[in-house]
Design a binder for this molecule. Sequence first.
Ligand SMILES: CCCCCCCCCC/C=C\CCCCCCCC(=O)SCCNC(=O)CCNC(=O)[C@H](O)C(C)(C)COP(=O)(O)OP(=O)(O)OC[C@H]1O[C@@H](n2cnc3c(N)ncnc32)[C@H](O)[C@@H]1OP(=O)(O)O
Ligand SMILES: Cc1cc2nc3c(=O)[nH]c(=O)nc-3n(C[C@H](O)[C@H](O)[C@H](O)COP(=O)(O)OP(=O)(O)OC[C@H]3O[C@@H](n4cnc5c(N)ncnc54)[C@H](O)[C@@H]3O)c2cc1C
Length: 664
Amino acid sequence: MEEIDHLGHERSKIEFDVEAMKIVWAGSQRALEVSDRISRLVASDPIFRKDDRTILSRKELFNTTLRKSAHAWKRIIELRLTEEEASRLRFYIDQPAFMDLHWGMFIPAIKGQGTEEQQKKWLPLAYKMQIIGCYAQTELGHGSNVQGLETTATFDPKTDEFILHSPTLTSSKWWPGGLGKASTHALIYSRLITDGQDHGVHGFIVQLRSLDDHLPLPGITIGDIGIKFGNGAYNSMDNGVLRFDHVRIPRDQMLMRVSQVTREGKYLQSDVPRQLVYGTMVYVRQTIVSDASCALSRAVCIATRYSAVRRQFGSQDGGPETQVIDYKTQQNRLFPLLASAYAYRFVGEWLKWLYTDVTQRLQANDFSTLPEAHACTAGLKSLTTSATADGIEECRKLCGGHGYLCSSGLPELFAVYIPACTYEGDNIVLLLQVSRFLMKTVSQLGSGIKPVGTTAYMGQVEHLMQCHCDVQRAEDWLKPSVILAAFQARAARMSVACAQNLSKFSSQEEGFAELSADLVEAAVAHCQLIVVTKYIEKLQQAIPGKGVKEQLAALCNIYALSLIHKHQGDFLANGCITPKQASLVNWQLRSLYAQVRPNVIGLVDAFNYTDHYLGSILGRYDGNVYPKLYEEAWKDPLNDSVVPDGYHEFIRPMLKQQLRTARL
Ligand SMILES: CCCCCCCCCC/C=C\CCCCCCCC(=O)SCCNC(=O)CCNC(=O)[C@H](O)C(C)(C)COP(=O)(O)OP(=O)(O)OC[C@H]1O[C@@H](n2cnc3c(N)ncnc32)[C@H](O)[C@@H]1OP(=O)(O)O
Ligand SMILES: Cc1cc2nc3c(=O)[nH]c(=O)nc-3n(C[C@H](O)[C@H](O)[C@H](O)COP(=O)(O)OP(=O)(O)OC[C@H]3O[C@@H](n4cnc5c(N)ncnc54)[C@H](O)[C@@H]3O)c2cc1C
């Protein structure tokens, strides 16, 4: 039987080349080909099914994680997948697993902080999965404050070993993914003590479990920390707890690129900055920005398709009701999220470039761009994950009641995504790092040090402090130069205001503590400017395909103008725009919504997500929502029997008792 495309009418209206847009979204023709091939491979393999995840018990769920990971590894070997293909495989399997930490943090940490000799010894074992590693930094008592970690690694010159110890309950390692049940090894961040002196936090490779029977090694207490938020979701991950009781490891298992301990127990610091100990976090924060565009685009794809299928009110003369996507309020909530998904995609691409550049420089002992890389990764991780978490929840609401069903895919997506606002650095703590960087930049203005990179605009601070926005008609808001000027003026004015207010305090520390809420807002303004700038730069490149650039430009304008509308308090209070100009933003936004409306189904089709990956009845490619929702309901285990288990024990006696009471 021929499949009906319930969204066919929508697809017939699309004014741009969707196939060309798929290439832009994927990054290149080759990336699209890889993504497409691997997504189909995963969708067609029954071991990777995920439709039962929300009803499995924790043990069953973890068992599927192990099965899927082992099967993925087998396929990687059999098909000789490249690193890029393997990473796509993990993406489409779509189940958080210990493998993420092994490949995403354990290996990068050894690469970034290990000496050549250490890399030669450990990386081949890790690449062949002969050991499984995790990243164990956070403790029960400290996560954000890394310098406050309590685990100790004390050098014993008699035996040429470090003694790992957990001196307090709060020093127990707590949270590391993969630690609870799967890992054989861990990168332990702990205080280095030599000759009674504390040298601060350093990384150590420690074996946790036997490679023969997986039992914990002597002196090691280890387990899972318990069930987390939401059904399924991040519960496939074995986040763990770990305590050491005087566990000995050889001296050469301290990662020694940044600093070394000699055979005699002497502590040596190399020219490499200490902050490189935090380097793995910079790497992962960068990947989290691209991940945000994936999670948001997934939610937006579901909400957009469903909004085109769903009809409510507005029937005239017995005709069809209005598609909810045609309500301006729906567009005003949904289209800025669609635009944000594209914006985060492009800023993620740029951040990847920035990270590659800083890594190459670090290898040549050029550390000059490290502060900027830290500020950009911290700030953009924070901005994009907060907006994505809120955006997923907004998409759930955009889908009305059906969005609350697990079969919409949205509850699980929300539950699995929200910890991104916390892990790899709490979002507020990270924004405070950005504001520290901004305050330093402002304090150096006029000192001859020219701001570069993403703070280059501060070089024109005098102009930005008093310039006026050049908008008279709504269409003027479409000029990239006008948008950039408004965002630059807002960011510069907010940073300068913070710097001026800081100078009123007797100490910088006191000022930072008192003004931290304003500082966070200034950091957000700076990060939004980065996203807008990188999107505008993307549009300056050649982008082939009929109508593709026009759609991307419309989305860029929606992204920027919806932010001006949302944060108009900042723009107005700082005198960057007038109330009249703020109201023209809304006029222009409405016109942009009308421009993209016929194309929105094409814009979400361009993500090229399979139904398997979306995991949503509401977001099905064919829009065949109602029959499938109806069918799905009958699969619920509660419907296995017509009369529920427990009827005789609980319902019947209650009913009978009521009967007796009624007779009395
Ligand atoms: C099947 C096969 C599959 C194959 C493919 C798989 C691929 C998988 C990919 C998946 C990838 C990842 C999955 C990830 C899943 C998520 C797991 C989550 C893991 C974690 O959460 S790990 C723990 C993370 N913890 C944190 O982030 C802690 C946050 N805290 C900090 O970062 C710091 O403590 C701090 C807040 C920055 C403060 O530190 P500190 O007090 O030491 O520093 P100061 O504020 O005093 O600053 C001093 C100085 O240092 C600068 N600085 C700080 N941090 C950095 C940095 N990271 N880099 C560079 N510089 C830094 C700071 O700016 C100051 O500079 P200044 O002196 O002002 O010049
Ligand atoms: C799902 C998940 C997976 C994780 N995986 C790992 C892992 O693999 N390895 C690992 O080592 N860790 C892991 N973590 C731990 C994670 O990195 C930390 O939880 C995170 O860094 C936040 O630290 P915290 O828990 O100490 O939060 P806290 O710092 O205790 O935050 C609590 C509150 O205090 C606020 N706050 C804290 N400091 C300040 C400040 N200076 N100014 C203003 N406000 C402040 C925060 O904004 C927040 O609102 C994971 C966590 C989660 C949730």
